[in-house]
Every structure is written in C-alpha cells, then in structure tokens.
Write a protein that binds this ligand. Structure first.
Ligand SMILES: [Zn+2]
Length: 337
C-alpha cells in the first residue's frame, strides 16, 4: 500500500476498499457492506451481505425485517477478520448501542473509519476506544468551536427540575428512536427518577431491545392518550421521536412542556424556531473539543473529514500539523444527533 487511497477511497456509493472489495456504510445497495451502526443513514437496507456487530445486525433486523440481507456476519469487537487480504476489525465508537469504528489494514497501512462517535459518557453503550492508525476518518457534525456540549447530567437535572416545578403539566421530550431516547431514559433513572416513563409506540421495539441487552430502562408504558386518561400524564415524562411532535399525538397531553434532546439545542434560535420550551443539550456526537482532542490523541499521519462542518476541522488539522482533507461523502444526515 503506497497510498491510503489505494486502501480506502470515496465513490458515489460510499467509502470503498478496492483490495477487499467492500464498502463501509454505503449509501447505495452493494454486494458487501461493513456497517458502523444502526442509524438509518449509515445502515441502509438492500445490501447482499452485511458485516456489523451483533447488536447492529439485530437493530437492522428490527428496522428492516430479519431478511434484510442475504448474508450477515457478526463482528466481534477487537477481533481481526481477513477479507481478500485486508484485515478488518471493529472497535467501540461510543455513539449508540452496537456502534463501532472499523479499522482496515493492509501491508502496514491502517485506516480507521470511525463512523459517528463521541467521547462523553453514555450509560447505554461502550465508550470510544482509541485505535492507533495512519489515517483517521472523522465525522464533523459539530465541528465548529461554538459547539461545546455541556455536562449531560446537568441537562437531565434541568428536565427533572422543570418536572418538579410544574407538577400539573406533562413533559414531552423529543428524542431520536435509536440511542437518544434510551440514553435520556437511562440517565433519568441514574438521576433517581423512578416513576413510570411513557413512550411513543415508535420507540417500543428499540427500548425492548436495549432492555434485552442488559440496559435497564425501568418501568416504561405506552403513551397512548384518550379522553379518559389524559389526566394520568400530569407530571409525567413522555418520550417520543421528533416527528411525532408535529402530529395530533403530541397535542393530547395536558398543557405539555415541549422539550427536545439534541446537540443542536445549543443553538437557541433553533430551539425557538422549533417551538421548544425546554432545550436539552444532549448529543451523541463529539463537540469541537472532543474532535480535536481525539485527533491529538491518535496523532495520525492524515485526517479525512466527512459529513458535517468539514472545512473548519480540516483547517484546524492543517494549523496543527496534520495533513487533512474533506472526503465529500454525501447522504449522511444523521438521524441521531
Ligand atoms: Zn449515527
């Protein structure tokens, strides 16, 4: 391997490894796909063969049906598998349950495709594991110095204070179905909230799956409102996917406090425009400091930057002595932010 581009390069279908003849998180159906995690922009349906962690395969089966690929291969974290002479290994990314970085290596050249990742603690998944590499491929969702995520426990405490302050209102929390919803619930439990938490039907399967994987979410109940039980939701926390907030479902709760758990809630204007009364800044992606700290820690020869604010991070790399370039991969609009 003389050049890293011989080992991994961007193509219209996604990141492709010519010697291994496989793609990582392809956006079009391909023969062989290696998938970093279950978010729908990374784990698409229609591939012939899929290699991913057991949990990511399970999540894909929940979302697309058990026959989502003709062949599936479960990757064990930390174990190397050789594909057409290319060594492949999966390592925790700290993003959502089952999420992994994928390391590919041939002739002494190692590239790590980190998918989506974060460094802040998350009680619902394994923490990011730094893997030494020649080229580190990083996301750039929040790659601007203005993005500094606050301590997640303080954000959950803010929600609980509001519940205490407004016992007659329900708190409707928008959170993405894979990862964010379960993280909010688990963190509420860690903060001592042991009452029933109500969940929208779109979250049920994934919450059940998290529980089956040993992540205790406590007492959950369906958030179905009809005229005779609307009062039951006074003082309750109700979690639903962001899309549910636009439909009639959300308007049935008594005088709801509209909350949204997302890294974007850092931008006040964005919260206001979305009609969010209580923004909860909780992200499953790195903020600026986590991104730059990770690059400094890994100290790779090159950094390839993808999906997000590529320019700012490429510029930071150059100023700090790292060769860097944007990958210009398209199609990654993360459903979990
Ligand atoms: Zn993701």
């Amino acid at each position: 391997m003389k050049r890293p581009e011989d080992l991994l390069r961007s193509t219209p279908a996604g990141l492709y490894c010519p010697p291994g003849d496989f793609y990582i998180d392809p956006i079009r159906p391909v023969q062989k796909a290696l998938i970093t995690h279950g978010h729908s922009d990374h784990a698409r349906s229609g591939h012939e063969s899929v290699m991913a962690t057991r949990q990511t395969l399970d999540i894909m089966a929940l979302r697309y049906g058990s026959g989502f690929a003709a062949v599936t291969q479960a990757a064990t974290l930390g174990e190397t598998v050789v594909n057409n002479g290319v060594s492949v290994s999966f390592h925790p990314a700290g993003h959502v349950l089952g999420s992994a970085q994928i390391a590919v290596e041939k002739d002494g050249m190692r590239i790590v495709a980190s998918g989506d990742y974060k460094r802040s603690p998350d009680p619902t998944c394994l923490g990011f594991e730094p893997v030494a590499c020649d080229v580190f491929i990083t996301e750039a969702t929040f790659a601007l110095p203005v993005f500094r995520h606050p301590d997640s426990r303080d954000e959950i405490a803010k929600l609980l204070r509001s519940v205490e302050q407004f016992p007659e209102r329900s708190h409707l929390v928008g959170a993405y179905a894979l990862g964010k919803a379960q993280r909010v619930i688990r963190m509420l439990r860690d903060a001592g909230h042991d009452r029933t938490i109500y969940i929208h039907g779109a979250l049920a399967k994934l919450c059940d799956y998290y529980q089956s994987q040993g992540i205790d979410l406590g007492d959950l109940s369906p958030a179905t409102v009809d005229t005779d039980n609307a009062g039951d939701f006074a003082g309750a926390i109700v979690i639903g996917p962001p899309s549910a907030f636009l439909d009639r479902w959300a308007r049935r709760f008594p005088d709801p406090v509209s909350c949204f758990a997302s890294g974007w809630m850092r931008i006040r204007q964005r919260a206001r425009q979305g009609g969010v009364e209580l923004p909860i800044i909780l992200s499953d992606h790195c903020d600026w400091d986590e991104l730059t700290r990770t690059i400094t820690e890994l100290d790779p020869d090159q950094v390839w930057v993808t999906h997000g604010r590529e320019e700012a991070l490429v510029r930071w790399c150059e100023l700090n002595g790292y060769k860097a370039r944007p990958l210009h991969l398209i199609g990654y609009e993360d459903e979990g932010d």
